[in-house]
Ligand binder design. Sequence first.
Ligand SMILES: [Mg+2]
Length: 262
Amino acid sequence: MEDPRLCSLETFWQPLQTAKQRVLLLDYDGTLAPFRQKRDKAFPYPGVSEILEKIQQSGKTRLIIVSGRNIKDVISLLGLEQLPEIWGGHGFERLLPDTTLQRKKIPATCSLNLQKAFLWARKHGYENNCEQKTSSLAFHWRGLKEEIIEQLQKKVGTAWKPLTEGQRLEIHPFDGGLELRCAGIDKGDTIKQILDECAQDTIIAYLGDDLTDEDAFKALKGKGLSVLVRDTHRETLADCWLTPPGELLDFLHNWFRSSTKI
Ligand SMILES: [Mg+2]
């Protein structure tokens, strides 16, 4: 099998130097920050915030964070002085650098069923496993034993399934849990919207680790560079694979150097 690391990175940096517009899209958890059982302690790998600050302050790149988290959580964990554009809830909400906040509308029945899903979890003692977001509910099981995870997967999936029937709600697995999410809000749609806003000759890259990032990799196919950031390789639509934090930091430093050379 061809080594997935042997991707087009070698030829990526030269055009980046002379590009008129550059867009760097980054997932947060598992990409810029290691997973933590305490999700509010998932700070970026050492050195990541510093290089992102440099990229952001150079004014040569439109830096965008695309996360499944709420925007306010990303802001507090990222710790950047100059805020970049941030998309939260997989694209449900968008914070522009001028602090304008945009939110998509979701059907009232989705909100109601998300609330029902949370009440079910609370009733069964899983309140602390839940991350409540406006457009979704994430159930986390990171750090639990394999057999417990298997039981939870079945139990949560079975309880949530009726809430999706005939509704605009979907169940999505992610690395470390299951998410019940309003249909039509995913990272693929986010990427398509961003691509629509870009000139055709924009150089664009997306870095992500999770199954939810595959939508973004797919949307970027043939239009930009997609990078899987992960300790181990897996089946993916991404163009290449980097292991964090070393290769991730090399990528970000190379991006900064190339984009500020001219
Ligand atoms: Mg992630």
